[in-house]
Design a protein around this ligand. Structure first.
Ligand code: SF4
Length: 329
């Protein structure tokens, strides 16, 4: 592992400071739960020169903020999933978090760390193989290699890696706002604008610039008569990443879907929300044929690779099943 210096922060203000002569912002990494970063450092995929521990910052709260709920960046996944406010107001978020990782990992992993979770593409973690995300312009071993668990939507010829998080799928359907501290002041970024498609620069996964610090996330209230559900399909029942997952939030009124917010995991290069699918569902009565049309719309434009063609049908079935159950709930 490359040598690095370690510093523990006491205030958010210090997070934006300089961390040593000749150290560029991209060579500094914030350490939250460390459940991804420390693994990647051991594998020499991440090679920061300075590790800045943010566990001492006061970013642990979950509280109502006017009509929204604000979640601190350092709130542990287990705390968030089991919090009474989250379970009562956003059960889909609680379900998604509890579907991910293991209890031990959820006890360490944080909200901001989960937002920035790295892909599980095997080549990203194998420094003997080409990977454009790890080393720009080196190639992509997954295109002709092991790509069974990789994306069918939002891919480019440079990268087809999925965003592996369950929490982020629910956050996308919930239209979370990400709160960020920057040297120029605080900014709020809707999660729909937070993640980037790989395009020609798969190494850039979010709009977060080096040195910027996520301080929290906030969620708007559900309208009345809203049902929500997270369903995850995977190779084994626990401690496994999604092959396809759906977060569905449906507001029903007079036997019709008044409002739909739908996001899917396991199939896209970012947590995948389709405005077209939502538009297709809104104003109509729930039915098998409506949900089948929504599923066709969701995978329109999907591009498959040598091993992941099965995901098209799996994604459709996952969406139809989740919509049926959510509408029934
Ligand atoms: Fe790297 Fe992306 Fe290709 Fe995987 S799919 S090898 S992460 S460039």
């Amino acid at each position: 592992m490359q040598a690095f210096s370690y510093t523990k922060l006491k205030s958010e203000k210090d997070a934006l400071g300089s961390f040593g002569k000749g150290v560029a912002p991209h060579e500094v990494k914030f350490l939250a739960g460390g459940t991804t970063l420390l693994d990647l450092m051991k594998l020499e995929v991440e090679r920061p020169r300075v590790l800045v521990d943010i566990n001492g910052l006061d970013l642990q709260g979950i509280a109502e903020d006017k009509d929204r709920v604000r979640i601190g960046a350092m709130v542990k996944n287990s705390v968030l999933a089991n919090h009474a406010l989250i379970q009562s107001r956003y059960p889909v978020l609680s379900q998604a978090i509890l579907a991910g990782a293991s209890p031990q990992l959820r006890n360490k992993a944080t909200t901001s760390g989960n937002l920035l979770q790295r892909t599980r593409c095997v080549y990203f973690r194998d420094t003997s193989k080409p990977c454009n995300k790890r080393e720009p312009k080196s190639g992509c071993a997954a295109l002709e290699g092991f790509n069974r668990n990789l994306a069918i939507l939002g891919t480019s010829e440079q990268c087809i890696a999925t965003n592996p998080s369950d929490m982020n799928v629910a956050m996308m359907a919930l239209e979370a706002v990400v709160h960020i501290k920057t040297a120029k002041g605080d900014k709020d970024v809707p999660i729909a604008e937070f993640y980037l498609l790989p395009g020609q620069t798969p190494e850039k996964e979010t709009v977060l610039a080096p040195g910027e610090l996520i301080t929290g996330v906030s969620l708007a209230p559900f309208p009345a008569n809203t049902k929500s559900l997270y369903v995850k399909l995977r190779d084994r029942a626990s401690y496994e990443f999604a092959l396809a997952s759906t977060a569905a939030i449906l507001t029903l009124n007079g036997g019709r879907i008044e409002r739909a917010r739908i996001a899917m995991g396991g199939i896209g290069t970012k947590p995948w929300r389709s405005l077209e699918v939502e538009k297709l569902l809104e104003g109509k009565a729930p039915s098998e044929s409506l949900f089948k049309s929504a599923a066709e719309e969701m995978v329109r434009g999907a591009k498959t690779y040598t091993e992941n063609g099965f995901k098209v049908e799996l994604a459709k079935r996952c969406l139809i099943h989740t919509l049926k159950q959510a509408a029934k709930a």
